[in-house]
Design a protein around this ligand. Structure first.
Ligand code: NAD
Length: 319
């Protein structure tokens, strides 16, 4: 299979590309990435010499370029996005254009070029916030941030292209990812790098927000299962099975970095902060045999160790 990966120089995209290339049966992988602040060619350094990999610096909004690339591939795994909620609160413009319009440009090209399969990588944040229980895939979308609203728009467009044009679209909605190569702005890499650097970390509000944590390798394995065995027009939730409040997470990060609560500054809560996310991932488990393999404690320890050993990577990313 020849796969086009949008956003393949970002956190999850680069893991996905490395995972595809670790499989000898993979024919070719092309990365299309605009290299925004979050995209980093160094994330692909471990596979840079693989002759099956081609890197194209470009914008998913560039319809002509997208159509040219699409015609040369059997499948697209679409990860390119503006992905940080705080940035969407500061300014939602790029979120609307990249996440919604950019997705529409890709879908249109997929129809015109007769693409085989389009995996649209979405997020559990499209469902909103849930006090108890977990969302199944038929839960109506109720996003609260400009980020999740723009992702919801892209999900609806993807489903519309399936229903209207018969395009083989498969949507995934996963919980919060963590692991190596994540740009230090989201809570886990921000806290690890700050604590390792001797700086204090900002905890929003009372730290009571609950998130489900998923190691990026488990997410990428689930994406491959959907790419290879998912059904057209279906949505698959992907969860990690470890729910923690941000306060509990902070406690573990402080422990792992050898620091204490003196290193934490309590700051005003994020505007519109969702209280809890929780996906029910029975469907992908029963249909495709997915379940997370990395335990959170082991995965977090390995992630902290990676940031400790790769100071040059994150210092350069922040420059
Ligand atoms: P990221 O911010 O690390 O990477 C995004 C990548 O997209 C970057 O390489 C960036 O350069 C590229 N990009 C941005 N705008 C582009 C454009 N207009 N054209 C081409 N490339 C562009 O994001 P991530 O955390 O790896 O997330 C990847 C996907 O997974 C996103 O769609 C996100 O919504 C989704 N997701 C992420 C998480 C998470 O916890 N990180 C959870 C659920 C879903």
């Amino acid at each position: 299979m020849r796969t086009l990966v949008t956003g393949g120089a970002g956190f999850i995209g680069s893991h996905f590309v490395r995972s595809l290339l670790s499989d000898p049966t993979t024919e070719a992988v092309t990365v299309l990435d605009a290299l925004t602040y979050a995209g980093n060619p160094a994330n692909l350094a471990p596979v840079a010499d693989d002759s099956r990999l081609r890197f194209v610096r470009g914008d998913i909004l560039d319809a002509e370029r997208v159509a040219g690339l699409m015609a040369e591939h059997d499948a697209v795994v679409h990860l390119a996005a503006e992905s940080h909620v705080d940035r969407s609160i500061a300014d939602g413009g790029d979120f609307a254009s990249t996440n919604m319009l950019g997705t529409q440009v890709l879908l249109e090209a997929a129809v015109r070029t007769g693409l085989g399969t389009f995996v649209h990588v979405s997020t559990d944040e499209v469902y909103g916030s849930i006090a108890v229980g977990s969302w199944t895939e038929d839960q109506p979308l109720a996003p609260n941030s400009p980020y999740s609203a723009a992702k919801s728009g892209s999900d609806l467009l993807a489903l519309a292209y399936h229903r209207t044009h018969g395009l083989d679209v498969r949507i995934t909605r996963c919980s919060n990812n963590y692991g190596p190569y994540q740009y230090p702005e989201k809570i886990i890499p921000l806290f690890i790098t700050s604590l390792l650097d001797g700086r204090r970390v900002p905890l929003y509000g009372d730290g009571g927000q609950v998130r489900d944590w998923l190691h990026v390798e488990d997410h990428c394995r689930a994406l491959r299962l959907v790419l290879e065995g998912g059904r057209p027009g279906e949505v698959y939730n992907i969860g990690g099975g470890t729910e923690l409040t941000n306060k509990q997470l902070t406690e573990r990060l402080l422990d792992a970095c050898g620091r204490d609560w003196d290193s934490v500054v309590h700051v005003e809560d994020r505007k519109g902060h969702d209280a809890r996310y929780s996906v029910d991932w029975t469907k992908i488990h029963d249909e495709l045999g997915y379940e997370p393999r990395r335990s959170f404690d082991e995965g977090l320890a390995a992630t902290v160790a990676w940031y400790r050993e790769n100071t040059a990577w994150w210092k350069a990313a922040l420059d």
